[in-house]
Each structure stands twice: as C-alpha cells, then as structure tokens.
Design a protein around this ligand. Structure first.
Ligand code: ZN
Length: 189
C-alpha cells in the first residue's frame, strides 16, 4: 500500500487469544490536527500561529479474528491532517477541506505460555511418559483455544516428535477464508 507523509504508523501487541478470536481495542496516539484552541482560525498561543497542533487521539479498532504478527491493518482518515496545495494557496487555506492520512497498525504477538503459532496453525506441545505410551494406546485430553477439551487417541509406541492434527481448530485464514489446524506435537520423555 502506498505510504504518504501524513500516515501514522503504530505497533500493537496482541495476545494469541486476541488474535484467535478477534478483539476491539482502543489505541491512543499523537497526530497533527486542526488546532482545537483556535479551530485553525487564529494565531493562538497553543499552535503559535501554525493552526495545526499535535493532539492526543483515541480511536477504536476492530481487529479481525486471524490477524497475525507482521500483518498491517489500515484505518482511513485517522492519520495527520493536511491541506492539498496549501503552499500555493495559503490564502485560501481555510476554504479548503482538511484531509487526513491513514493510521497504519502493525501487529506483534505476545508470547503465550502454552501455545505457539505457525502460519494459521496452533501448535501445542504435549509431553508423554515413555513407560505409559509403550504399554498401550491412550486417549489424551487437550485444551483448544475456546477452552473446550478435545480427546485425541495416541497409539502405542508413538515416537517422539510425532504430530497429531485436529482439523479446523487453528486460526482463521484471512486470505482464503479457511481455518488452520491444531497441531499436537508429542514429546516422549
Ligand atoms: Zn491555534
């Protein structure tokens, strides 16, 4: 996406749960806006005649389920104020309609104590004791993100590093609309 000098970039850290379910977040940031003291009309002390001043801005963001670290969300008209041709037509400055750049939000992932993520898959390490799995098949219960417990059959003598897949329990895939999987990674000790 084309970047302009009137765009504002912010970083937002989300938990894995927030990325999984989607979340509404309020963010606070500084932007250049029409001076609130003189409403862009006077040489007031707040803007020192610039008619534009930095303003603390709070905006609400609807973050969709499936968002991932490194992705960017854009909110139109939430960036810095600007006037088209304001150098050439300073005289007509206030007859012109103010326009705004974009707010660009980049996401970071807060490390989860249990799960991790690989693209749209949710990764869950699961430790098994060798003396148990060497005797017979067992059924384990593992939590998925929605706090439901899932039963998974683990065959006798499952080797270390084996991955069991539970279809559709991963993240929303924002690109093709599908769902990732839950991948249970067995660690035999
Ligand atoms: Zn002012």
């Amino acid at each position: 996406m084309e970047e302009t000098p009137n765009d504002i970039k912010i970083k937002l850290a989300l938990t894995l749960e927030e990325m999984y379910f989607g979340v509404t977040k309020k963010v606070t940031y500084q932007k250049r806006d029409i001076c609130t003291s003189c409403r862009g009309r006077n040489k007031c002390s707040h803007c020192r005649g610039r008619k534009i001043a930095l303003k603390e801005t709070i905006t609400e963001l609807e973050i969709p389920s499936g968002i991932a670290e490194g992705m960017e969300l854009t909110k139109a008209d939430a960036g810095h104020v600007f006037y088209k041709n304001n150098v050439k037509s300073l005289f007509r400055f206030f007859k012109q309609k103010a326009s705004y750049g974009k707010l660009r939000i980049e996401f970071e992932e807060i490390k989860h104590p249990i799960y991790s993520r690989m693209a749209y898959h949710l990764i869950l390490p699961y430790e098994l004791r060798k003396e148990i799995i060497s005797k017979k098949d067992i059924v384990i219960e593992v939590p998925c993100m929605s706090n439901r417990m899932l039963k998974v059959r683990i065959p006798q003598n499952t080797p270390n590093g084996k991955i069991f897949r539970v279809n559709g329990k991963g993240f929303n895939n924002l690109i093709d609309g599908g769902l990732g999987d839950l991948l249970i990674c067995i660690e035999v000790r």
